[in-house]
Write a protein that binds this ligand. Structure first.
Ligand code: TYD
Length: 139
């Protein structure tokens, strides 16, 4: 099983069509996203000071897009932590499997759109940090 590092996760550029009437960004499956998109979900109405995440996924790849507002995503691969500031709708974050993540500092009205490589299954979650460390050390 491949061992991923926080350095395998990165912010990248989506196309941006700039226009005086407002900007437009688009996402094409199998073109801009390095996996087949099987699910889309979004976080919104996040109360001020609230944090999301606090888990890792065993197999899931994700792209998180700050469709509105801004927030921070801290990734932890079990050895190293890295915080990404997401604040432009055309600059999403690609996240590999087995990254413990914490989403914080949500601005008012922010929306996090998530593209995922598979459908929802609780079996793919690691929700306990000690279990996460054990799994990481085994790979
Ligand atoms: P969770 O992934 O823990 O949220 P976050 O990482 O944003 O803090 O999901 C919260 C709840 O929603 C949890 O009970 C599982 C459920 N859920 C689904 O039913 N389907 C989904 O696609 C997702 C992402 C979550």
């Amino acid at each position: 099983m491949k061992k991923y590092s926080v350095n395998d996760c990165y912010i990248f550029d989506l196309p941006k069509i700039q226009d005086n009437r407002g900007n437009l960004t688009f996402v094409e499956g199998e073109n801009h996203i390095p996996f087949e998109i099987k699910r889309i979900y979004y976080l919104y109405d996040v109360p001020s000071g609230s944090e999301r995440g606090a888990h890792a996924h065993k197999e899931l790849f994700q792209v998180m897009i700050p469709i509105a507002g801004s927030f921070d995503i801290t990734l932890d691969d079990g050895n190293e932590k890295k915080t990404f500031q997401l604040n432009r709708p055309n600059k999403p974050l690609f996240i590999c499997p087995k990254m413990w993540r914490q989403l914080s500092n949500f601005s008012s009205g922010s929306v996090c759109l998530v593209l995922a490589s598979d459908r929802y299954t609780e079996d793919d979650y690691i929700r306990d940090y000690d279990s996460f460390k054990k799994i990481i050390n085994k790979t």
